[in-house]
Design a binder for this molecule. Structure first.
Ligand code: SF4
Length: 287
């Protein structure tokens, strides 16, 4: 059985109760990163520290002391590239993945810059309507570009893990899939995904209940909930790209000109990558 990873806020009292567990620890304070690393490393396996930065990426003070810390940075904006230049030397040495919000058009360019500089990066989906065209351009760059560049998520995850006979959930890159990650708050209330945590839809309370969660019926319902959309017989049920989207944008108004176009192209790209990797193209008979 795959060990479940707990996604938790930084709270010393809570961490004390989570000894021996594998953790993703979230903070919005960059000055706490070393403190968290020291505290967690003593009794736990640290999967990553997630810094939800309240400031632009280029304003973060990256430190050489973070070198051996698995870091994941979320920022709503790239900021000024000029400010980032003096930090690139350190940034390149860190064990880091940077996510920028889809809400700002400039971030799409920012991600290309980071990737071309060899820094693993990606996009997270913000609150504003998605610019499907820019997203499609970025996906094409991430998967088809022959120039040397670092992985861009979630495209790289889907391309690398795509299998012609399986569904794939790219939410793994956001630590948000209940088969691997559980989400906790400071009151030890536990949810099966980040959205449930925010909406206070908890599956249990108390760290001692963690082990039993996977045996609950609600857990099974949650894991299989992707098929609910099939039952509703809406556009998602007939969407060719369902197996890489899983209906994540089922609230979109104009699916045919938005998410369906993007995810169909994304599926083609994943197929292309899969064939290249497995060399499953048609073989010409030999003369
Ligand atoms: S791409 Fe759009 S229509 Fe297709 S499964 Fe996803 S949300 Fe549904």
């Amino acid at each position: 059985m795959i060990e479940q990873i707990l996604v938790t806020p930084y709270n010393e009292e809570l961490l004390e109760k989570l000894k021996q567990k594998t953790l993703v620890v979230k903070t919005d304070d960059q000055d706490k990163i070393q403190l968290i690393h020291r505290g967690v490393s003593k009794h736990n396996k640290l999967h990553a520290i997630q810094l939800n930065s309240p400031i632009a990426l280029s304003s973060i003070t990256f430190k050489k002391e973070w070198k051996n810390i698995p870091l994941c940075v979320y920022s709503s904006e790239f900021g000024g590239f000029k400010n980032l230049i003096p930090k690139l030397d350190i940034l390149n040495k860190l064990n880091i993945r940077i996510f920028l919000s889809s809400d700002l058009k400039e971030n799409f360019t920012g991600i290309r810059i980071l990737s071309s500089l060899g820094i693993a990066c990606g996009l997270f989906f913000g609150d504003r309507p998605i610019d499907w065209e820019s997203l499609n351009d970025l996906m094409h760059h991430a998967i088809y570009s022959q120039t040397n560049h670092a992985p861009i998520e979630p495209f790289s995850y889907v391309a690398s893990n795509y299998d012609t006979s399986e569904y794939i959930d790219y939410n793994f890159v956001y630590f948000n899939n209940a088969t691997r990650y559980l989400h906790l708050n400071e009151k030890e209330q536990i949810a099966l995904c980040y959205e449930d945590l925010i909406n206070r839809n908890f599956i249990s309370t108390g760290v001692e209940s963690i082990e039993s969660i996977i045996h609950k019926q609600e857990y099974e319902y949650h894991i299989n909930s992707r098929y609910d959309v099939m039952l509703s017989m809406n556009e998602c049920a007939f969407c060719p790209a369902f197996r890489i989207c899983l209906g994540k944008f089922s609230e979109e108004d104009d699916k045919q000109n938005g998410c369906q176009v993007f995810f169909s192209d994304f599926l083609d790209a994943a197929e292309h990558f899969y064939k290249r990797k497995n060399n499953t193209g048609n073989k010409l008979w030999q003369l």
